[in-house]
Design a protein around this ligand. Structure first.
Ligand SMILES: *Cc1c(COP(=O)(O)O)cnc(C)c1O
Length: 387
């Protein structure tokens, strides 16, 4: 039985008729994008209402992507030339890309080796006179330690932008991702727990005034009638993306629950297995398991072993941003962020999407066990190598 990392075909087969009906409404309305900063379109207004409530936000603003949500939030914070922004190196490129595109300097800090999230202690050590913002990333669906990070930032009046692209609905002490900092950036990219039919994202914020500014910047700073009061850009969401997201949104909690159930199976089956470290959900944290990520010895061979059995897996991420060629000008060297570099060598995401069955998850767990304990595991006989 093949076990894919992602099965959107299955997700869409269940929701196809509903999505089509909502898209038809958009086609008939002719309102394909939001008309202007002050105006609303029905699908995006509904989605923003859902996001406000779900994320504990005063304002939610639909955007073209998670990347643009990060960028426009930093623009609204006034981040620019000469500013330093502290963020992890162990994240998707967009986190630091948005910083650098504004002429600011990403300052990369290391992570905790059990949660893979940014280390509050490392943030504190990296603060300088030029630090204007911190971007904690809620990696794989678990929030960074926002209580600790906000204490550090508030003391020095540094803005915090939560990169919640992988963490919609994750919580720390029952408080949702995106509700701690000045703002949170969400992504609805196809691999995220809530996904659109292409690119889409959103900014959520607890500061309504800040939200209005983000809204303005998303439409070239046009306050109405081609009166451009701020330098913005086109960061709009397509109305059909909002339509699809409105159909999917009511299923989000059940999808989180399925992922958590799958994660619990892996936790149990892989506990204590030599060669594997299972992921830690820290006290007070509730993960949405956008990914279930182990640390694996002999990772390349394990990936092959799984591939031979038609089991998907993925490496998020093989290289830290501090070692990316486009950031060479920042002057980082191998060895600067040892935990990040360790994670890059060892992390492996196993299939956890809600569309696969518990049986399929068991099959993956057995295959991993079979790889590390070929003699002891009964699965070695039950699942012979394909070649
Ligand atoms: C997906 C992701 C983004 C970017 O979102 P897009 O919608 O793909 O632009 C940013 N940060 C992190 C951590 C992500 O996982």
């Amino acid at each position: 039985m093949a076990v894919p990392m992602l099965d959107l075909k299955k997700q869409h087969s269940l929701l196809r008729e509903q999505i089509r009906a909502e898209i038809d409404k958009v086609l008939d309305s002719q309102m394909l994008v939001r008309p202007a900063a002050g105006k609303t379109s029905p699908q995006q207004a509904a989605l923003e209402g859902s996001l406000r409530e779900y994320c504990g936000a005063a304002e939610a603003i639909c955007c073209s992507s998670g990347t643009d949500a990060l960028l426009v939030a930093l623009m609204a914070m006034g981040i620019g030339l000469g500013d330093e922004v502290i963020c992890p190196s162990f994240t998707f490129f967009a986190t630091a890309g948005a910083v650098a595109r504004l002429g600011a300097k990403p300052v990369f800090v290391d992570i905790d080796e059990r949660t893979f999230n940014i280390s509050p202690k490392a943030i504190e050590n990296a603060i300088s006179d030029r630090t204007r913002a911190i971007i904690p990333v809620h990696l794989y669906g678990q929030m960074a330690d926002m209580a600790a990070i906000m204490a550090i930032a508030d003391k020095r009046r540094i803005s915090v932008l939560e990169d919640a692209a992988q963490a919609i609905g994750a919580k720390q002490n029952d408080r949702p991702a995106g509700s701690f900092g000045k703002a949170g950036a969400l992504s609805f990219y196809p691999t995220k727990n809530l996904n659109a039919l292409g690119d889409a994202g959103a900014v959520v914020t607890t500061d309504a005034e800040f939200g209005q500014l983000v809204r303005l910047l998303c439409v070239h700073g046009d306050a109405g009638g081609y009166n451009h009061v701020r330098l913005g850009a086109n960061f709009r969401m397509d109305e059909i993306q909002a339509a699809a997201l409105n159909v999917k949104f009511p299923h989000l909690e059940e999808w989180h629950a399925a992922r958590r159930a799958h994660a619990a199976i892996y936790d149990k089956e892989l506990a204590g297995l030599d060669g594997v470290v299972t992921p830690l959900v820290a006290p007070g944290q509730q993960s949405i398991y956008n990914q279930y990520v182990i640390r694996a010895q002999r990772r390349t061979e394990l990936i092959e072993h799984l591939r031979d059995r038609d089991i998907g897996s993925a490496v998020y991420y093989p290289k830290g941003l501090h070692e990316q060629p486009c950031f060479a000008y920042l002057g980082y060297r191998r060895g600067d962020l040892p935990v990040t570099e360790l994670a890059c060598r060892e992390v492996l995401a196993l299939p956890v999407c809600p569309e696969i069955s518990d049986l399929q998850v068991m099959e993956v767990a057995q295959a991993v066990k079979g790889f590390y304990q070929p003699a002891k595991s009964a699965s070695a006989q039950r699942y012979p190598r394909a070649r």
